[in-house]
Every structure is written in structure tokens, then in C-alpha cells.
Design a protein. Structure first.
Length: 303
């Protein structure tokens, strides 16, 4: 049970309930900021190791950190539990690999803009309320504006990788929620991250070889792992225990805006007036989705 909802039921509509209702939202926002700035840092690392090397290092370090912190139990889980973790791990490996192949070919902002179409489609398919279709449509309009109204000038291979990463992102949302329900704390995430690391490490070694052992590369890779994997995935897994997948997916429309900010601060990429308008649209859409979810939760508590 959501602690905030329980407090609201017992003590009336007080601040505790509002904090409980908005808690998952804060987790998602914090995770989004972390992952996009981590992505910007990863772009600066790619000339040293290549895209596959960055992903392998990121997943390996993240897996080690999570396994040490969580110390997940290997016994007492059903075959369905392990099946969920394995699929979650495969999805994370594919999502990361496809996305970094994309940003190796096209700028960070457009890559995230295309990738976020996956969660947006999921929000439309998963939503049971007509108003969420409005928010999804508004966010979709902002996403295309952020891409300058089209993506014809971009490398088609990079675009294909970004769209494929978006499909994996939608799958990630579904299996992150399932893993969170089947395993305590972040144990399932730690196990899934280990699966992803084992799958991707050979690819990174083939591409980068001994470059992965360079101290500077290891230090930057560790920072990318913490910012892009450990923090955001943990926060998102916790959020998805209390936040519907449809609302979570619409909130992912904020990612292009955060990516644009990260690109400006880390990679010196500037924003046009059209891109600023697009950011405003996706923020309005995300705020609308949040207000819809919070209002729905309050209605349930009153009823």
C-alpha cells in the first residue's frame, strides 16, 4: 500500500497524503535528470571506447554496484520470477545498446526525441482514460516540434536505432514494473542488470579491447554507470510500484527537454525558439498526466 494513501485514508486530506501521491513523480523526474546528464557524459566518452565499449562499461559497473548494495537472494524465487528478471535484463541490454548506437550517429536531443516515442505509444495503448489520450497527443506534438518538425536530415541508420531503442524502452517500462512487484527493494533490478552486463560485455571487449582498462575510461564509465543506470533505474523501479505505466510513459515525454538541457550544459548544444516551444508542450503534457493521476488517487481515497 502507498504510505501516502494510507495516511490520507486515516487522517484526512493532509500534507502527508499529498507527499505520498507526488512521491513517485519526484522519483521519475530525478531519474530523468540523472539519465540524460549521464548520457551527455557518455557521448564525451565514446571517442575513447566506441559506443559498445561505453555500454559494456556502464552495465558492468552498474551491475557490480547494485549487486554489492542489494545482495539479492538467489533462492526462493519461482521460475516465473527468474523469467521476468531475464527478460528485463535482455531488454535493458538491447535498449542501451541501440540507444548508444543512435547517439554515435545523430545528436543527443533528436535521439532522445525519437526514443521517447516508444513510451508515448505505450501510454496510448495502456491508458484506460480518454484524457490521457489528450496528454499523449500533446506530448507527441511537442516531440515532433523538438525534432524541428521532421528528421529527414538525420542519418537514417541512427534514426532506426533510436526508434528501436524506443520500442525497448516501452518494454523496459512493462518489465520494470513486473520485476518491482516480484522482488523486494531493488533486488530484481540488480539481478537483471547482471544479466544485461553478462550479455553485453563480450561485445564491448571485441570493440574496445584493452581501452576498457584505462583508468580515465574506468572513472568516466563509472560516473556514466551511476548517473545513467544505478540511480535512474532504481528510482524508476520504485516509482512504478505506485505509478501506472500509462502515466509513467507520458512523463517520459520530459526526457527530450532534459536531454536538450544536458546537451547545452555538457555538449554546448543550443536551443532554438521552436525547441523551446516543444519543451513547453511536453512539460504541459507531463503535468497534465500527473494531475490526472493524483486526482484519480484522491477520488479513490474519498470513495
Amino acid at each position: 500500500m502507498d504510505a501516502g494513501a494510507g495516511a490520507g485514508t486515516l487522517g484526512g486530506p493532509g500534507p502527508a497524503r499529498r507527499r505520498g501521491s507526488l512521491g513517485p513523480v519526484g522519483l521519475v523526474l530525478a531519474g530523468g535528470v540523472s539519465v540524460q546528464f549521464g548520457g551527455a557524459l557518455a557521448v564525451t566518452l565514446m571517442p575513447r571506447t566506441g559506443a559498445l565499449g561505453v555500454v559494456a562499461l556502464r552495465l558492468a559497473v552498474a551491475a557490480i554496484v547494485l549487486l554489492v548494495i542489494c545482495r539479492p537472494a538467489l533462492r526462493g524465487h519461482s521460475r516465473a520470477d527468474w523469467g521476468t528478471v531475464v527478460v528485463f535484463g535482455v531488454t535493458m541490454a538491447a535498449m542501451n545498446g541501440l540507444f548508444y548506437q543512435s547517439v554515435a550517429r545523430i545528436p543527443l536531443g533528436p535521439a532522445v526525441t525519437l526514443e521517447v516515442l516508444g513510451p508515448l505509444v505505450l501510454s496510448v495503448l495502456a491508458s484506460r482514460r480518454a484524457v490521457n489520450l489528450v496528454w499523449a497527443g500533446l506530448a507527441l506534438g511537442g516531440v515532433f516540434l523538438l525534432g524541428g518538425g521532421g528528421f529527414s536530415s538525420l542519418d537514417p541508420v541512427g534514426v532506426a536505432f533510436a526508434l528501436s531503442a524506443g520500442a525497448m524502452w516501452a518494454t523496459y517500462i512493462v518489465f520494470s514494473a513486473r520485476t518491482g512487484r516480484r522482488f523486494p527493494q531493488a533486488d530484481g533490478l540488480a539481478l537483471a542488470m547482471a544479466v544485461a552486463a553478462v550479455l553485453f560485455l563480450p561485445l564491448g571487449v571485441v570493440e574496445s579491447g584493452t581501452k576498457l582498462l584505462d583508468p580515465t575510461v574506468i572513472a568516466l564509465g563509472a560516473a556514466v554507470a551511476v548517473l545513467s543506470s544505478v540511480l535512474p533505474y532504481t528510482l524508476e523501479l520504485l516509482a512504478l510500484r505506485r505509478l501506472p505505466a500509462s502515466t509513467f510513459a507520458i512523463m517520459m515525454s520530459l526526457e527530450p527537454a532534459v536531454a536538450a538541457a544536458a546537451g547545452f550544459l555538457v555538449l554546448s548544444q543550443t536551443l532554438s525558439a521552436l525547441e523551446a516551444l516543444a519543451i513547453a508542450l511536453v512539460i504541459v503534457a507531463s503535468m497534465g498526466a500527473v494531475r490526472t493521476q493524483v486526482g484519480r488517487g484522491r477520488a479513490k481515497n474519498v470513495g
